[in-house]
Design a protein. Structure first.
Length: 102
């Protein structure tokens, strides 16, 4: 069985589509999203979608990636601004909160 690898131009086409979608969605620093995009584009290419515009539009439809990393982790933003001292103080008993009892 012979394996037909894509030419350099075909590989560049797929890579440019992956890069463009990653930039548009704001996930260029997320390896999982890049892997998902790469797989999606490769599958579309192997099914016969060879024109850049068609490949780009189909991949955008299929790829279920949040628009930006900030949206994916938005629920964690409220915890980033918490002062660790605030958490520690709230867990100490009343009589031990940073001052001596009188």
């Amino acid at each position: 069985m012979t394996l037909n690898l894509p030419s350099k131009e075909e590989a560049r086409l797929c890579a440019s589509v992956v890069k463009e979608i990653a930039r548009a969605k704001g996930v260029t620093d997320d390896p999982f999203s890049i892997g998902t995009l790469t797989t999606t584009v490769a599958r579309l290419f192997n099914r016969g979608v060879r024109e850049r515009d068609a490949l780009l539009s189909e991949a955008m439809k299929i790829a279920d990636i949040p628009v930006a990393r900030k949206e994916r982790y938005a629920h964690l933003d409220k915890f980033r601004n918490i002062n660790p001292g605030t958490i520690d103080l709230s867990m100490e008993p009343e009589n031990e909160r940073g001052h001596q009892q009188q």
